[in-house]
Write a protein that binds this ligand. Structure first.
Ligand code: T3D
Length: 263
């Protein structure tokens, strides 16, 4: 598939997907969704062990391309936004969460609407200091989607989540870091360098173990303690069967650096 709305690159075990409609702040279109779906499927066989998302130009992603909706509404009948969420956005979010490798969002500029929550769905979010996050939905009569109503209260607490969702005010990268919404705000000039360093580090880590960590953390949102403890035991059983666990312990005992194969 030839990509028009995204770029896909792989450097060693780090795959990078760049949302690439800079003149429209990389807002989502049907075409971009199709390309993202294709690129995500490619990751299963290409040898990548870490995925980075970023945006081209001055923005990260401004959410749904509202001009696609204007076209639909011109005909009279309202668009079925539940259908577009169910068929495009929700599968994208779930595929990110299910991806068996760490996902980093390198938020290079404004992240609004679905673009903000798409970023927050990553496992680790780095943001340029000039970037901002906007729950823009309320300004056009919509509800935060792409998991916004799930992630925000868990990340920042319900008072802040409600304020963000109902006021739609931009929140700076530094404030987002202070509130625990993202991992780190970094200087604009070093965002991609820091992202690459982190991505290479994660790509050299025990990938299977990281995938199990991700599974455990994601499941904990809805589990009771006893269910979560059972899950930890089940996942630890799997982790204990990996070559990386064997290598990690052996390297520790031999007082050398471990070399993980990701299995
Ligand atoms: O519909 C469904 O399927 C349901 C799902 C909904 C998910 C959603 O994401 S709903 C929320 C959609 N997003 C927004 O409401 C955000 C709209 N954008 C903005 O509010 C502003 O653009 C920003 C605050 C993000 C940035 O402002 P600024 O001043 O830095 O840039 P700008 O001048 O507004 O935007 C630059 C260009 O991008 C401009 O195009 P132009 O005039 O130069 O040709 C602007 O129209 C375009 N653009 C930005 N966001 C969108 C967009 N075009 C279409 N859709 C957009 N979302």
């Amino acid at each position: 598939m030839d990509y028009k709305s995204i770029l896909f690159a792989q450097d060693r075990a780090v795959a990078t997907i760049t949302l690439n409609r800079p003149e429209k702040l990389n807002c989502f279109t049907r075409e971009m969704h199709a390309e993202l779906k294709h690129a995500m499927a490619r990751l299963k066989t290409g040898g990548a062990r870490c995925l980075v998302f970023t945006g081209a130009g001055r923005g990260f992603c401004a959410g749904q391309d509202l001009s696609e909706r204007a076209t639909t509404m011109a005909g009279g009948a309202p668009p079925d936004l539940g259908l577009t969420l169910g068929t495009l956005y929700n599968p994208l979010l779930l595929s990110l969460k299910a991806l068996e490798m760490p996902v980093i969002a390198a938020v290079n500029g404004v992240a609004a609407g679905a673009g903000a929550n798409f970023a927050l769905a990553a496992d680790i979010v780095l943001a340029a200091r000039s970037a901002s996050f906007i729950q823009a939905f309320c300004k056009i009569g919509l509800v935060p989607d792409c998991g916004g109503t799930f992630f925000l209260p868990r990340l920042v607490g319900s008072a802040r989540a409600m304020g963000l969702a109902m006021l739609g005010e931009p929140i700076s990268a530094e404030r987002a870091e202070q509130w625990g919404m993202i991992w780190k705000a970094v200087d604009d000039a070093t965002l991609m360098e820091e992202t690459q360093t982190l991505a290479l580090r994660l790509a050299a880590a025990p990938t299977r173990g990281l995938a199990l960590i991700k599974q455990a953390m994601n499941a904990s949102q809805g589990n009771t303690l006893d269910v979560q403890l059972s899950l930890e035991a089940a996942l630890q059983r799997q982790a204990g069967h990996t070559g990386d666990y064997r290598e990690g312990v052996t390297a520790f005992l031999q007082k050398r650096a471990a070399s993980f194969a990701g299995r």
